[in-house]
Write a protein that binds this ligand. Structure first.
Ligand code: AMP
Ligand code: GLY
Length: 421
């Protein structure tokens, strides 16, 4: 089988590594990929938003399955373009990817179908938003409706901050059109858990849980980032909580999307907060999490192609997902200064220290192959993942492994997974 993966981050490297393990796959392409993916796939000079070029390539090379890793092309309708041309593709159509593409849509869906989430109102008029804030309890959360690289969420402790937030999102348009509409949401507290689920339009099967660390600095200080590290499974996500979520969140979400004529196929990422009043949905994404995929996929025992094909063909009920009875931790090695200003082009050394080491992975995110070797090419550079018998051992292994990689301005958090010890 020939497989094409669309995307270029650590998530796509983790997907490619899973695909490479499948006995059914002979050849992997990735568009555009990165220096790490290039070791297991042929990388193409086509970007993720060039839908027609990607579909032309898939047709020409007789690609058997295309896997869309990233949110932008999904929300933009890449799956519809592929399907129209009779190409097999894994991911939700545009009318279903809106569950990630519009927070107003997803909040209204949850309200309509009684799926637990924080109380909220939506606004397209900044004056009305401010009038609402004046009578709201603090802290309060503002969210840009559209995609904003995970950065369009503002947690405001004072009324002044909240008013300034409305200005940033709606008037200054810091996130462009993503801020045409905003959601103002009740502030809730509790451990956060990410649960990635395979979906076939009717059935939904959750994978093992994971927890991200979104802030840039130790102790959850600093700015929000795409994610600085993850661990899996989450000890907070007990069997009782899983059962609750299956009954009240996962299947109801599938049923709601179907009832709306928006059957969801692909990966539904459910971001949960485990509050004192029970689990509540913080957000949905229409794809694997990054860096959640880097701890969940290495623990999955199934052949990923079998599972993805079952999703496309609507027979996910025939599949039993299986995960290793261990743990994994991923520590992101970033460029110092991320998510703001940072330098690129620094030579990276030490990859050879991972060769032949079972249970250790170095997933590339922002890297590039040059004449001098592999250099840094982004804020998040690498994800170092290690497995262990339990979270404590996986964490020790992952931090030991981070020492094997060197580059100038290497930065990481030192407390990934610390909260669970
Ligand atoms: P989101 O993109 O909606 O997941 O939000 C990004 C982050 O903001 C989440 O991972 C939470 O840490 C935080 N957050 C979002 N919504 C709320 C809320 N209603 N109450 C408290 N924190 C929130
Ligand atoms: N790690 C969070 C996300 O992928 O959205």
């Amino acid at each position: 089988m020939k497989v094409l993966i669309v995307g270029s981050g650590g998530r796509e490297h983790a997907i490619a590594a899973s695909v490479a393990k499948s006995s059914r796959v002979d050849k992997i392409y990735c568009a555009p990929g990165n220096a790490g993916i290039a070791q297991i796939a042929e990388c193409l000079e086509i970007t993720a938003m060039e839908f027609d070029k990607l579909a032309d390539f898939a047709e020409e090379k007789k690609i058997d399955l295309t896997i869309i890793g990233m949110d932008d092309p999904l929300v933009g309708g890449i799956v519809d373009v592929f399907e129209k041309r009779g190409l097999r593709v894994f991911g939700p159509r545009k009318n279903a990817a809106i569950i990630e593409g519009s927070k107003a849509f997803s909040k209204n869906l949850m309200k309509k179908y009684g799926i637990p989430t924080a109380a909220y109102e939506t606004f397209t008029n900044p004056e009305k938003a401010i009038a609402y804030l004046e009578k709201s309890k603090l802290p309060i959360v503002l969210k840009a409706d559209g995609l904003a690289l995970g950065k369009g969420v503002l947690i405001c402790n004072t009324l002044e901050e909240a008013k300034a937030g409305v200005k940033t999102l709606m008037l200054d348009k810091q996130f462009g059109d993503a801020g045409n509409e905003i959601v103002i949401e009740e502030f809730i507290t509790g451990p956060e858990v990410s649960v990635l689920c395979y979906c076939d339009g009717t059935h939904i099967k959750p994978m093992t849980s994971a927890q991200d660390h979104k802030r840039a600095k130790d102790g959850d200080e600093g700015l929000n980032t795409g994610g600085m590290g993850t661990f899996s499974p989450s000890p907070f996500y007990t069997e009782d909580i899983q059962k609750f979520c299956e009954e009240k969140v996962y299947q109801p979400t599938m049923d709601a999307m179907k009832a709306e004529g928006r059957d969801f196929t692909g990966i539904l990422f459910v971001g949960l907060m485990l509050t004192e009043d029970g689990p509540k949905v913080l957000e949905y994404n229409a794809r694997f999490g990054d860096p959640e995929a880097q701890v969940v996929l290495p623990r999955m025992k199934n052949d990923i192609i079998d599972v993805m094909e079952a999703c496309i063909d609507g027979r996910l009920d025939e599949i039993t997902l299986e995960f290793e009875n261990n743990a994994a931790v991923c520590v992101v090695l970033a460029s110092d200064g991320y998510p703001e200003h940072y330098e690129k082009g620094k030579k990276i050394t030490g990859f050879e220290n991972f060769e032949g080491k079972d249970g250790y992975y170095v997933f590339h995110a922002g890297t590039k192959l040059t004449d001098e070797g592999i250099v840094t090419n982004g804020g998040r550079v690498l994800g170092v993942t290690a497995k262990g018998a339990d979270l404590k051992k996986a964490r020790a292994n992952a931090y030991e492994a981070t020492k094997r990689i060197q580059f100038e301005n290497k930065y990481m958090r030192n407390d990934i997974g610390k909260s669970i010890l």
